[in-house]
Design a protein around this ligand. Structure first.
Ligand SMILES: [Cu+2]
Length: 141
């Protein structure tokens, strides 16, 4: 029960339930331009467990392929590199934000509109799963 007590300071007082092991927060995808089939998702992943959470697989119904990418400034240009097996530290939160890490969504089949939501699932090594909603909205970068 010491573990439960440690979690009590996280703003869930009164809710009566422990937060999920791993949480997807503030997930957003910028509205796509006409004909655009690749887009980024920005979000936070909060790991409430005692061990690192290593991303294994990412799924959303609108796409057949989602990768973790990182923007890297190289040879005077901003480039994106896939980053397999990103690890969120124990009791840590990782931000995926413009000019840093993001989820890259490929082959978007049905283009969502501003105001739409869709479900995102992230599987982690060891079998933990996090799900959350992605809000589609215009994003000023
Ligand atoms: Cu990318």
């Amino acid at each position: 029960m010491l573990f439960m007590a440690a979690l009590a300071g996280c703003g869930n007082e009164g809710a009566g339930v422990a937060p999920p092991d791993i949480e997807i927060e503030s997930a957003v995808m910028p509205v796509l331009a006409p004909g655009q089939t690749t887009a980024a998702i920005y979000l936070s992943i909060r790991n409430n467990t005692d061990e690192p959470a290593v991303v294994n697989y990412i799924y959303a119904a609108i796409s057949d392929h989602i990768e973790v990418h990182r923007n890297i400034y190289e040879e005077g240009m901003m480039k994106m590199r896939p980053v397999p097996h990103v690890s969120i530290p124990a009791h840590g939160t990782m931000q995926f934000a413009p000019n840093g890490y993001h989820l890259m969504v490929f082959g978007i089949s049905s283009t969502p509109s501003a105001g739409d939501q869709f479900s995102l699932t992230i599987e982690f090594e060891g079998g933990r799963v996090a799900t959350g909603n992605v809000n589609v909205r215009p994003l000023a970068l």
